[in-house]
Design a protein around this ligand. Structure first.
Ligand SMILES: NC(=O)c1ccc[n+]([C@@H]2O[C@H](COP(=O)([O-])OP(=O)(O)OC[C@H]3O[C@@H](n4cnc5c(N)ncnc54)[C@H](O)[C@@H]3O)[C@@H](O)[C@H]2O)c1
Ligand SMILES: [Zn+2]
Length: 350
């Protein structure tokens, strides 16, 4: 079988997103990546403890010489802070890394963003390799070079654009990923389908009727390269988000408001699914799309068993949206769907 690769080319860097078929191939790819270079590998406790990539004895990274270069940190959005970035930088100093070193992150979007950011500032920037382990990180956060952390003023408000050297996306990680986390990734895949590609949406629709009943992600993973390709095409056109990259925020203005109001009890993917339905309803109310589109989008999330129940009032949600950083000239800019495969900007009336 021909090996799949997605090539991403930005002003900063051109690189491949590769799909090693199993952990042995991933292991080999990583060893190649660190050959002749010093490195720091960061992961989170869940991935370290649950994934056979780390707990099987055949992995090279079990050897004491390589094990000392691994930093295992606690999971969760509350750790997406400057203090964690500092821990990563301190470990790099402890290992005597210099500008010729490489950082590797094996984890979900949280550590992908944190390690990418640490790599962007360590010695004014060293390369990093992303090994996404959650579906969301595979299709979304590891594509496009946005890195950063949260501060008291808000999520991801401090960061840098720093493209990885390569991304190694291995389906085997999905075998230990909790079902709720799989659903978070599906919400972003559905979003990609709505943005530009009706065939991707239709493929997800077909899958939604049969899939996930037994938690097997094999069929779902076959759609991951398409989802990545949609995001990479957008990033290639607008690396620093001055135009079309903003389309990726479909469902996010409403979704972030829901996330905030729930005190982050509602996870990101579910909040985005709720936000996408709200954005579509908002568009239909203004005759920018048909009500059938609302039904179709609601239906796909329901089929995937993504809970769309949200107890916040319209007033509460609009108030929470005021804090969104995607404002322009004091006005909130929404991305609204017109049909599957087409969205457009819309300035909210006050
Ligand atoms: N940089 C970007 O462009 C971008 C885009 C979207 C989201 N994000 C960021 O991504 C983050 C969310 O990413 P996420 O949903 O991957 O969160 P996450 O990193 O917290 O991972 C989700 C959960 O799954 C666990 N996990 C991950 N892989 C596992 C595996 N293979 N087996 C078992 N458990 C596993 C993690 O420990 C965690 O508990 C947010 O901080 C968001 O801001 C960034
Ligand atoms: Zn998102």
């Amino acid at each position: 079988m021909k090996e799949i690769k997605v090539h991403l080319s930005t002003q900063e860097k051109a690189y491949n997103i590769e799909f090693p078929k199993d952990f042995n191939s991933l292991d080999e790819r990583l060893l190649k990546q660190i050959s002749g270079r010093n490195f720091l590998l960061v992961t989170d406790e869940n991935v370290f403890e649950k994934s056979p990539f780390f707990n099987s004895k055949v992995r090279s990274f079990q050897s004491p010489t390589l094990l000392k270069n691994i930093l295992v940190l606690p999971p969760g959005e509350i750790y997406k802070t400057w203090e964690t970035v500092e821990k990563i930088l301190n470990k790099a100093f402890e290992l005597n890394l210099d500008r010729t070193a490489v950082f590797i992150v094996i984890g979900g979007g949280i550590y992908g963003d944190l390690v990418g950011f640490a790599a962007s500032i360590f010695m004014r920037g060293v390369p990093f390799v992303q090994v996404p382990t959650s579906l969301l990180a595979m299709v979304d956060s590891s594509v496009g070079g946005k890195t950063g952390y949260n501060c008291t003023q808000g999520k991801n408000l401090i960061g840098a654009f720093h493209q990885p050297e390569t991304v190694l996306c291995c389906s085997k990680f999905l075998e230990t990923l909790p079902l709720e986390e799989v659903k978070n990734g599906i919400a972003e895949m559905v979003k990609h389908g709505i943005l530009t590609d009706s065939s991707h949406f239709e493929n997800l629709e077909k899958l939604s009727k049969t899939h996930l009943k037994d938690g097997d992600c094999t069929e779902l993973f076959k759609l991951v390269p398409d989802s990545i390709t949609i995001k990479k095409q957008i990033v290639e056109q607008d690396e620093k988000e001055s135009g079309i990259r903003g389309h990726l925020n479909l469902g996010h203005t409403f979704g972030h408001a829901v996330e905030h109001l729930s005190n982050f009890e509602i996870p990101h993917g579910r909040a985005i699914a709720i936000g996408t339905v709200m954005a579509t309803q908002y568009a239909a109310e203004r005759k920018l799309c048909d009500w059938d589109l609302v039904d179709r989008i609601e239906n796909i999330f329901n089929q995937f068993d993504i809970d769309l129940v949200c107890d916040f009032s319209e007033k509460e949600i609009f108030k929470a949206m005021e804090h969104d950083k995607k404002k322009k000239d004091g006005k909130i800019r929404l991305i609204l769907p017109k049909k599957i495969g087409k969205v457009e900007y819309f300035e909210m009336e006050n």
